[in-house]
Write a protein that binds this ligand. Sequence first.
Ligand SMILES: Cc1cc2nc3c(=O)[nH]c(=O)nc-3n(C[C@H](O)[C@H](O)[C@H](O)COP(=O)(O)OP(=O)(O)OC[C@H]3O[C@@H](n4cnc5c(N)ncnc54)[C@H](O)[C@@H]3O)c2cc1C
Length: 357
Amino acid sequence: MALSRDAYRALEDIVGPRYISEDPAVMDSYAYQWLAETVRPNQSKFMPRPEAALLPGSTKEVQAIVRTCNKYKLKVKAYSTGWYFYGAPLTEGVVQLDMRRMDHILEIDEKNMFAVIEPYVIAGVLQAEVMKRGLNCTVTGAGASCSTLVGAVCYHGSGGTSIYTGELRENLLGAEWVMPNGEILRTGSIGSGCGWFCAEGPGPSMRGIVRGALGARGGLGVYTKCAVKLSPWPGPVEFPVEGTTPAYRSPLPGNFRAYTLAFKDWDGLFEACYRLYDNEIGYYAHRQWTMLGEDLGPAFWMLYQDPAKSLDDIEEFVQKQEVKELTEEMRRSFQLVLVGMSQRDIEYQEKVLERIL
Ligand SMILES: Cc1cc2nc3c(=O)[nH]c(=O)nc-3n(C[C@H](O)[C@H](O)[C@H](O)COP(=O)(O)OP(=O)(O)OC[C@H]3O[C@@H](n4cnc5c(N)ncnc54)[C@H](O)[C@@H]3O)c2cc1C
């Protein structure tokens, strides 16, 4: 299904000729998606091709596009950083909105600890900016190149620091939403002209509708701005890093402690997790080694610690007796980083952790 010329011209009038395309090669680059084969017939690597892709530069343009698409009975699907196939069309007749031009950090409120962002602000950029101000943001486990807005408003957003900084869905404050009918709704305190600081009210909260548990994944219109809560960061603005991949080394500041905690059984591991949360200690928690495979995790761990070794040496590490023993010991383990807001705080956290263990 190609767009009618009337529809194409109406959309082109909104963003200008530079920011619209229906070139089949460009459309295929939106349709070609990682893991598309898990949901597509015949395990195709391609989602359905969009009819056109547009790169809006403002909320007003997004609103005009949504209204025009309604007029021509076209669907609209937003795509921010595009790490998952959910951002691509699921059916025919879809106009893809590529949000990459809306990439501004609009405000960082240090005192009230929140940032107002557009859809293409990636976590790495936001984190670099807020760390200069002694603050931190949740970085989705998928990585620092994911959209923070998507994690907060449209989809999932948990990461290693969620134990301290929260999941992005919990950190959502005000949001600006171009609804499927083209109306703009500002949720939370921004909707009453009181600033971005609060997700709820005055009046009924829209947060549950906006995002529910896992977000509407582009099914409920387009989010163009949102505010996310920030957390204290008592670490350096930049970590000094030495070495080359995979043997990076970085000294931990004096108020940081890093552990790999191993447990004899799963119940022990679960109980420790509950108690960490109950006692409100810990800044970063993650089961890193499972990503490398349980049989390879400790071998990689040893490899990382030896700057003279490279990936080619992994076999040598796997064969070592001490690595074999460690592999068994670490089958039920996770990494924990404690970060003290002061010397007294880190000493307190260490004591609590000892008691938990
Ligand atoms: C390798 C990998 C590891 C992952 N690990 C984790 C993890 O540890 N924790 C976790 O929480 N998640 C994880 N995820 C999922 C991850 O949460 C999302 O992929 C990511 O947070 C969202 O960014 P994205 O680039 O995928 O968004 P996109 O692909 O751009 O969008 C995701 C969905 O949101 C919709 N959307 C995008 N922008 C807008 C907008 N402006 N308005 C309305 N709807 C919009 C899209 O239509 C799509 O349905 C992982 C993903 C990958 C690929």
